[in-house]
Design a protein around this ligand. Structure first.
Ligand SMILES: Cc1cc2nc3c(=O)[nH]c(=O)nc-3n(C[C@H](O)[C@H](O)[C@H](O)COP(=O)(O)O)c2cc1C
Length: 388
């Protein structure tokens, strides 16, 4: 059993264990991957202020996200095709999150369905919605999430059209993988993944196949999904979906203060400062760099969360100290899932929790709720509230 000390360890095992097309799907950004890289390197520029001789006993990472208690303010982000990284991936990740006391967000483009995850967990999870042209289908999806007692709807705003990731095209990404000479060659080296996948509950998009007329297999599905994302999504449509949902709404993919103000206007309960992990607009700024100006614009009126680039508890602390009330991890938990299934997701959460707790202590803080700008040293080039 390898000794796992950080998220990078999980990533290395993920790469060894999971078919290349799914590893590449997770590990890529769009086009030149500049934004994907910036998400990490901008976190690296922020320095922490060490304090000493502070009583560090009785520390707590507990907090709340949209009024829900969390053992640490780190949710699992919605990740499409999670069930291709490991058999029954969404069910396993949701259970790991439940046991850890953090929210799990199920993607529209998941392999396990809303009902699969609801049947496998007790804690309410969050459902992420991609808006589609087929409004009847969207209405049915919202109703299914309501029936499953999902406690928040996360509406993703930054994917009306799909950013291009070169490797996905070159690898012929599909779920399940299409059998070509190249994929068969690669799959033969991933036998443990394959054996587990044979007994998986599903190997196709569980929220779609069987729920949309004419979609009964994955080959017609990819064409359907490419055609179906709604390029006409605007604030009035978002307001309508919010009305339909009639519960907590989180708007995901905000990177600009003007959009944050619009999100406030439609009555979002929280916004996620996110560039989709560098997978959409290549050349957009990193989330952590966008955070200060968004906090300036709306920070005291709506809960501001952040994702993109978080690979450690130090990153989580930096985002919280900057003013985010919650954070999300995408790839960090996917590495764990691909490496070791549910246990790997738990390990990823444990690693991040341990790092967050220790970093907090060495910064002289005993609660994540007391973190603030006083814990950080001013990096050059960060704007907004940062310089206020
Ligand atoms: C493989 C992969 C698939 C994703 N699928 C979705 C999705 O279906 N819906 C969505 O809103 N975001 C999706 N995202 C974006 C994540 O929710 C999140 O914004 C991103 O992963 C955060 O960056 P990080 O991976 O650096 O933590 C996906 C991200 C990855 C890596």
């Amino acid at each position: 059993m390898p000794v796992i000390t950080n998220i990078e360890d999980l990533k290395r095992i993920h790469e060894r264990r999971v078919p290349r097309m799914f590893y590449d799907y997770a590990e890529s950004g769009s086009w030149t991957e500049q934004t994907f890289r910036d998400n990490s390197t901008d976190f690296d520029q922020i320095r922490l202020r060490q304090r000493v001789a502070v009583d560090m006993s009785g520390r707590s990472t507990a907090s709340q996200m949209i009024g829900q208690d969390v053992s640490m303010p780190v949710a699992l982000a919605p990740v499409g095709l999670t069930g291709m990284q490991h058999a029954d991936g969404e069910m396993k990740a949701a259970r790991a999150a439940e046991r850890f006391g953090v929210p799990f967000t199920l993607s529209t483009m998941s392999i396990n369905s809303i009902e699969d995850v609801a049947g496998h967990t007790n804690a309410p999870f969050w459902f992420q919605l991609y808006t589609m042209k087929d409004t009847d289908y969207v209405s049915r999806l919202i109703q299914r999430a309501k029936d499953a007692k999902c406690s928040a709807l996360v509406i993703t705003l930054d994917l009306q059209i799909l950013g291009q990731r070169h490797k996905d095209l070159k690898n012929g990404l599909s779920a399940p993988p299409k059998l070509t000479a190249k994929t068969i060659g690669n799959l033969m080296t991933k036998w443990a993944w394959g054996i587990e996948m044979l007994s998986a509950k599903r190997r196709e998009f569980g929220n779609i196949v069987g729920h949309v007329e004419g979609i009964s297999d994955a080959s017609s599905l990819s064409a359907w999904a490419a055609e179906q994302f709604d390029p006409s999504l605007d604030w009035s449509k978002i307001a309508k979906i919010k009305e339909q949902w009639d519960g907590k709404v989180i708007l995901k993919g905000i990177l600009d203060a003007e959009d944050a103000k619009m999100a406030l206007k439609v009555g979002a309960d929280a916004i996620i400062v996110s560039n989709h992990g560098g997978r959409q607009l290549d050349g957009a700024i990193s989330s952590i760099r966008a955070l200060p100006s968004i906090l300036d614009a709306v920070g005291d009126q709506v809960e501001v969360h952040l994702d993109s680039g978080i690979r450690s508890g130090q990153d989580v602390l930096k985002a919280l100290a900057m003013g985010a009330k919650g954070t999300y991890i995408g790839r960090a938990f996917i590495y764990g899932l691909g490496a070791m299934g549910q246990k790997g997701v738990t390990t990823a959460l444990e690693v991040i929790h341990r790092e967050l707790d220790t970093t907090m202590a060495l910064c002289g803080e005993t609660s994540v709720q007391n973190l603030g700008r006083h814990n950080l040293l001013v990096p050059e080039g960060f704007s907004g509230r940062w310089e206020a």
